[in-house]
Ligand binder design. Sequence first.
Ligand code: ATP
Ligand code: MG
Length: 316
Amino acid sequence: MTAPAGTPAGEATVAEATVKAAVLVEALPYILRFWERVVVVKYGGNALAGGGAEEEAAALASFAQDIVLMRSVGMLPVVVHGGGPQIGELLARLGKETEFRDGMRVTDAETLDVVRMVLVGKVNRDIVSAVNVHGSLAVGLSGEDAKLISAVPRDAELGFVGDVEVVAPEILERLLAQGLIPVVATIGTDDAGQAYNINADAVAGAVAAALGAEKLVFLTDVSGIRSEPADPASLLRTVSAADLEAMVAAGTAAGGMVPKAEACIRAVRGGVRRAHVLDGRVPHALLLEVFTDEGVGTMVGEDLVTAGRPAEEPAP
Ligand SMILES: Nc1ncnc2c1ncn2[C@@H]1O[C@H](COP(=O)(O)OP(=O)(O)OP(=O)(O)O)[C@@H](O)[C@H]1O
Ligand SMILES: [Mg+2]
C-alpha cells in the first residue's frame, strides 16, 4: 500500500500495520476457541443472487475466501446452500409456472427435476469451484449422497417438498477428517429413493445438530434479526432462544425468517453453542461475525439476553 501524498512513507505504513496487527490479535481468542470445531454455514440463495453477474461473482469469491480462511485457521466449515431465486429463474426461462402455498413452492415431478438440476448441478458447482480457486478443498454433495439426508413428505398438496427425518453425518465427518470442506445441496431422499426438495435452513440446523457443531451461521439478505422486520435500526445483536420463539409466535419474525429462527432455536437447544444470522451480501460478513468482538449480525444463544444494537453504533 502506498502512503497518502504529503505523509512520510514510514509513518503511514507503521500506522496501517498497527491497525492490521490489532485485527489479527482480536481474532486470536476466536481462533483458539474454534480450533477443530465444526461451523455450519448456510449460504442463502438471496445472498448469492446479489445484483448483476459481476456482483454475484464478487460476492461468491468473498464468501469462498472467508470459508477457506476459517478452514486455514483450524475451523471445520460445512456449507449448506439454498437457491430459491436461481430455481425461480430457470423455471421462468423454461416457461414453467409454479404455485406457492404458505411460502412453499408446489413441487411436481418436473419442477423437482429443475430444482435438483439448479441446486446440485449449478449452485453447488459454483460454490465448490469458488472455494477450490484456493486449493483442493471443497467437495460438493447432495443430501442423496451416502444417504446424508433422509426425507419425509411434508404435505401431499405440496408434492415433492420434504422435511428432514434423519441426518446421517458420517459422510461429512469422513470428509472433514480428510481436511475437506463439504458443500451440501439440500435434496433428501426417502427409503424408496424418491427425492424431495427440503428447506435449506432446516437442513442447516439439522446438520449442525447432527455434527455437534459449535456454530450455525445463516448468511441472508438482511442485516440480522430485527424486532421490527422493516426497520434496520431495530437489529438485535443478541437474542435468547425463548425470545426468538416468542417473535415467531407473534409474527415479528415472518416469511423466510421463520425457518431460520426455528432452525436457530432447535440448534441451540440441541447443543449448538451459538447461531447467527447476518447479511451475506456484506463483503466478509462471515469473518467479521466469527472473528471480531462486535460482530455484524444477530447472535442466538440459549443463555443470551436479548439486546438491540448498541447506542454508540449508528444505524446503517
Ligand atoms: N424479524 C425479521 N428480521 C429480519 N428479516 C425478516 C424478519 N421477518 C421476516 N424477515 C424477512 O426474511 C427474509 C430472509 O429470508 P429469505 O428466505 O428471503 O432469504 P434466504 O433464506 O437467505 O434465501 P433462500 O431462501 O433463497 O435460501 C428477509 O429478507 C426479510 O424480508
Ligand atoms: Mg429462505
